[in-house]
Design a protein around this ligand. Structure first.
Ligand code: IPE
Ligand code: IPE
Ligand code: MG
Length: 255
């Protein structure tokens, strides 16, 4: 079979490039179970998961996605055993150092969402360096949600608004959004969660108000190009009514 008609290319050819989600968020879940089911240490699953990160980032860039946000470590994940947290931090550092060239060569801007002050220096330093170095890149924004929680973010935004003396009458959605970690990102159109769990686990609570949800049983280390293509096709099959009737929406889209 030639590369042109591989199953992946057949799937990709069905994706309408004009109707891509502006911003995809992924809750990358199931690394631990992937490893445990093989009788291996959970960190083996996290490492394999970082290969999925690479594959999905590459394909996102190739397809022309504007923004991809990956939930890599939640505010609540600090409660995990110290050994697992340390392993995840070491892996994050390895990722930031190892992916530097790929990110720069592909004109990708790297940003991070979350309480970054909580991260150890060994992560914070390469993270700050790559964010600064890639700040002028414009083809796609790759954001890592690190030490991130949606409730924590909403409280942080409220505190910032109070600290700047924002009057109650002056507060609207646009001003509120300026204080969120995602102020620089387009609207979140699609949230994907792997591993069969049907919850948001504190991910982008404000931003997901009208995002489409795609849940799959595939564990994150097994979530590769074909699974992502299926998620995008699933998204493109949805009717996004945002409170309106189906007839109203079809009238505007000219169907
Ligand atoms: C997701 O995989 C990665 C992080 C939360 C850091 P998990 O580590 O949650 O894997 P499971 O859910 O235990 O299988
Ligand atoms: C959500 O996964 C956080 C990340 C993927 C980073 P968790 O595994 O921490 O979520 P719960 O505990 O199943 O809700
Ligand atoms: Mg999990």
């Amino acid at each position: 079979m030639s590369a042109v008609d591989s199953p992946l290319n057949q799937l990709l050819s069905q994706i309408d490039p004009k109707r891509l989600p502006r911003h995809v968020g992924i809750i990358m879940d199931g690394n631990g179970r992937w490893a445990e089911s093989r009788g291996q240490d959970r960190l083996v699953g996290h490492r394999e998961g970082s290969r999925s990160v690479r594959a999905i980032t590459r394909l996102s860039r190739k397809l022309g996605l504007q923004a991809l946000t990956l939930y890599a470590f939640s505010s609540q994940n600090w409660q995990r055993p110290a050994e697992e947290v340390a392993g995840l931090m070491a892996l994050l550092r390895e990722y930031l150092v190892g992916e530097r060239d790929e990110i720069m060569d592909n004109d990708i801007r790297l940003t991070a969402l979350g309480d970054l002050d909580k991260l150890p220096r060994m992560v914070r330093e390469p993270l700050d360096a790559l964010m600064a170095e890639s700040a002028g890149n414009g083809a796609m924004t790759l954001s890592l949600a690190l030490s991130y929680g949606g409730r924590e973010e909403l409280l942080m935004a409220c505190r910032a608004l109070l600290a700047e003396g924002c009057a109650a009458e002056a507060l609207d959605e646009a001003r509120f959004e300026q204080r969120l970690y995602t102020a620089h990102l387009p609207q979140l159109d699609l949230v994907i969660r792997t591993s069969g769990e049907l919850r948001l686990s504190n991910f982008l609570l404000w931003q997901s108000a009208y995002a489409e949800m795609h849940f799959t049983d595939i564990l994150w280390p097994d979530f590769r190009e074909e699974a992502f293509a299926h998620a995008l096709l699933d998204y493109q099959a949805r009717e996004r009514r945002c409170g309106k009737t189906g007839a109203q929406v079809r009238l505007v889209s000219g169907e």
